[in-house]
Design a protein. Sequence first.
Length: 268
Amino acid sequence: MSEAAAVPAFPTSLGTSTADEIRLLGQDLTADLMGKVGFGELAFWLVTLQRPTPSQTRVFEAVLVALADHGFTPTAIAARLTYLSAPDSLQGALAAGLLGGGSRFLGVTEDCGTFLHEALAGRELPDDEAGWDELALEVVRGATTKYIPGLGHPVHKVEDPRTPVLIGIAREEGLEGPHLKLFQAIGRVHDQVIGRKLPLNGAGVCGAALADLGLPVELLRGFALLARAAGLLGQLAEERRRPIGMDAYLTVDRNAVYVEPETSEPTS
């Protein structure tokens, strides 16, 4: 008889379980974590494999709160209308909202963090505000497009109320790092390049704060989606209590107006 083939090993530093125990991050889930670790702290720990300090946890959870919900955004509307169409599929409604996280909504968190991270790579960091402003001018002028992630907001035209609060929390906790400093400098000088003043938006400042926490910039959109999942669940709970999905659908559908398709001149 031939020897049985060796069973492959699948290494993980996350979760494992046996018939009578669940372990997570090297801890006993029930004895060491449940009731002792907050969800935000755990999410940070799962990604970095390092338990965050209380200061890191405060900044991280402030980001999650800042991104959880922002009213009837496209992500919320998508979730509500999907729930209207398929009330038997809560997961589908949640997924519909999360799939709408892109370059205009939610995705700016990662885009801004990446933009700042790349701008800082290999540079000697300034030691005063004037130096940061000089660097910011160089970064904005060198941008390949006029679009700078984190600048501007469709509603908050003068100031996004989340931005100064999150910067203040990071400063209080000693976690105002180079990404936040460059982001603030961009806010001070960008109008010299693009010719108009735009606010630093909340999604952008969240990306800068997360990057200063040392989180991988390639995963920053995931944290925005983690936060928005809670908001979307709240939107769906409200859709059950006080539905607006049908009204939204009928308002658009009943006011649809047929127009003749545009025709182009035939080419000879």
